[in-house]
Design a protein around this ligand. Structure first.
Ligand code: WT7
Length: 649
């Protein structure tokens, strides 16, 4: 490996060793130390995880076995009893951390709140009692559709405290999507807020929930947090105000000792079919994995002010705003609103005012910062920062370099973290005090993680060869299944490559053992760091009365990574601008704003092979404006191609 050289143009060849001043103070301070940990875990995974579980989690009752692996079902730390809420809160109350800031929250309008560990614990206990008083018991599902306010974190921890299972639905999803998730999980309670702030205007959360509840027969009560004070419709007997319930709630609620495999949460993610998958995570293994990966990857210290900009509606927020950081007793920043409100310097203003030391965001956000211009960054003092991170999609080397230079001022290591909703926590990432980084690579697997690149037959591929990324051994943070669908769990993750977990990504391992992720192998898009199923968008389009058939593909986008391009044939109506708008709006209503197609193109027919399969590769090329290459002799109708090309927006 070479080291960074001025003037070098091929950034993929550049290597950035950790700054010595960073390594000196880091928890893992050298590649030898990393390698030792990785080897220990690989040689004796049960010994490795068992030791950590004993040291790092509080046990009401000790576990007797580290792992029961009945492929593809894992049980970690069986017979043990612990509680995630206890591990995030109570464990800190007997130490000086009791009065340390757990959450520093900032609302979009500029209001701020700080909750110490003791204060957060008190709120969580009270809300646990609120849930209990409404009849919520262990195993009940609580659906959560809330803005990024402390009460969202409080809700998660309160569920965890009593063994209720939370299912957070990101605040951008539509009423249809909320109802679908409520029904799939048989949710009993729904938590929401009146409205939420977004770029100075208000998101009608309660109104959206009202529509969802018309189609959610299992939901008995809806608890509404008053965020903005906007007037909302409250249905007598069903809807209750958060503050009314909290007023009389007791702050005394001991954490329930829960068996290690007690479900902790469900989080829906898109798969290659139209139906979202309820990814199931459980108590002890997830807790340990979120805790250890947070500490290793972010080199957490008691002096840190750690900020992950994700929304708690996605897995990143679950693991790296709530469970990981709080288990480690760190101070975490939580921000409610948009990065460009009131202007494009908002994030840097937050870093400056709260003296943020660790900043974790998505490549799509970085590309937006680049587009907005350096002047927004330069207005603020970023010298508190010591470590930067990215997640959600491959980071292009140019964005990596900008992040390194303009935000990190060439001082801060960058951790490019590869993982998934299913993996529970980070799987591959540099350890910032140890691993030399290469822009665009998530570098090496974390201890206990054994990836492999294989071909379709499962044969391991050599250095530099692109192939299918699998994980060969179970790990504590792994998903335990798809809610209510064991067949899909086996089919999706464990049947393509026998005895291996299929990540669904296309990847390569280079001569230094560094992994490079090239994107999905299936028809799943990555739009602004979020997974979106093409089939789901297609189903939404086809549910519109004017649409006969739809095909959705991704096209490269400078900021979002991938944009959504839809090709539509009509059964009625005219292929005009008005219908184009209607169709975009329709997808927004069916799924949510993030799924709205960027392009809608009308066609008389969709290009298909003789066997009737839509030629997606061709559509991708057309969407990207590239000349079509390759064999198109099986095209059903050559004229289709010409008509699609000419219908540019
Ligand atoms: C998919 C998982 C994990 C939290 C956010 C997304 C892609 C994620 C990286 C990265 C390249 C990445 C993969 C993965 N991805 N992180 N650092 N480099 N690709 O979670 O919605 O479950 O999506 O995001 O394609 O499979 P998710």
């Amino acid at each position: 490996m070479g080291t960074a050289q001025a003037g070098q143009t091929d950034t993929e060849q550049v290597v950035f060793p950790p700054p010595p001043s960073f390594s000196e103070q880091a928890g893992v301070c050298s590649m030898q130390q990393y390698q030792q940990m990785w080897d220990d875990a690989a040689d004796d995974p049960e010994g490795f995880w068992g030791r950590l579980a004993k040291e790092e989690l509080y046990w009401f009752h000790p576990f007797d076995k580290v792992l029961e692996w009945n492929e593809p079902y894992a049980k970690w730390f069986t017979e043990g009893k612990t509680n995630v809420s206890y591990n995030c809160l109570d464990v800190h109350l007997d130490s000086w951390r009791k009065n340390k800031a757990a959450l520093i929250w900032e609302g979009e309008p500029g209001d701020t709140r700080t909750l110490t560990y003791a204060q957060l614990h008190r709120e969580v206990c009270k809300f646990s009692n609120v849930l209990k008083a409404l009849g919520v018991e262990q195993g009940d599902v609580v659906s959560i559709y809330m803005p990024m306010v402390p009460e969202l974190a409080i809700a998660l921890l309160a569920c965890a405290r009593i063994g209720a299972i939370h299912s957070v639905v990101f605040g951008g999803f539509s009423s249809e999507a909320i109802a679908e998730r409520n029904n799939d999980a048989s949710a009993k309670i729904l938590l929401t807020a009146d409205t939420g702030w977004r770029r100075g205007s208000q998101l009608p959360l309660k109104e959206t929930v009202d529509k969802a509840l018309e189609k959610s027969p299992t939901v008995e009560k809806c608890i509404v947090y008053r965020r903005t004070g906007s007037e909302v419709n409250m249905v007598a007997g069903r809807d209750l105000w958060w503050h009314d319930l909290m007023e009389s709630a007791s702050p005394d609620c001991p954490a329930e000792p829960l068996e290690s495999e007690t479900p902790l949460f469900i989080l829906y993610t898109s798969g290659s079919t139209g139906k979202p998958k309820g990814i199931k995570h459980t108590t002890a293994g997830y807790n340990l994995y979120a805790k250890m990966t947070s500490r290793w990857v972010f080199d957490l210290k008691d002096t840190d002010v750690y900020w992950c900009t994700a929304d708690i509606g996605w897995i990143t927020g679950h693991s790296y705003i709530v469970y990981g950081p709080l288990s480690n007793g760190v101070t975490a920043v939580m921000y409610e609103g948009a990065p460009n409100w009131p202007d494009e310097s908002r994030f840097w203003d937050i870093v400056d005012r709260h003296q943020v030391t660790i900043f974790y965001t998505a490549p799509t956000a970085i590309r937006a910062f680049i587009k907005w211009g350096d002047q927004h960054v330069e207005k603020h003092d970023l010298s508190s920062l010591r470590l930067l991170g990215t997640v959600g999609e491959p980071i292009n080397p140019a964005a990596w370099m900008w992040y390194h230079e303009k935000i990190g001022k060439r001082r801060c290591p960058i951790v490019d973290t590869w993982w998934q909703t299913e993996t529970g926590g980070i799987m591959m990432s540099p350890l910032p005090g140890a691993t030399p980084t290469k822009p665009g690579s998530c570098t090496r697997p974390l201890p206990g993680i054994i990836p492999q690149i294989v071909d379709e037959k499962g044969n391991e591929l050599g250095t530099g060869q692109q192939g299918i990324l699998v994980i060969t051994k179970p790990w504590p943070g792994m998903l335990r299944g798809i809610w209510g669908d064991d067949d899909r769990y086996k089919q999706q993750y464990w049947s393509t490559i026998a005895h291996n977990y299929l990540a669904g990504d296309n990847a390569m391992c280079d001569a230094d053992g560094y992994y490079w992720i090239y994107g999905r192998l299936d028809d799943v898009l990555n739009v602004a760091g979020h997974r979106l199923s093409t089939t789901e968008v297609e189903s939404a389009l086809v549910s519109h009365p004017s649409v006969a058939e739809a095909a959705v593909v991704g096209r490269p986008d400078d900021v979002k990574g991938e944009a959504v391009a839809a090709f539509v044939t009509l059964s009625s109506g005219d292929a005009n601008e008005d219908l184009r708008k209607q169709l975009k709006q329709h997808v927004r209503q069916q799924i949510g704003a993030h799924a709205q197609p960027d392009d809608v193109r009308f066609a008389a027919l969709l290009p298909k092979t003789r066997s009737g399969k839509i030629m997606r590769r061709l559509l991708r090329d057309i969407a990207a404006g590239k000349e079509t290459i390759g064999d198109t002799t099986t095209l059903e109708d050559y004229s289709v191609l010409a008509s699609l090309r000419s219908d540019e927006e």
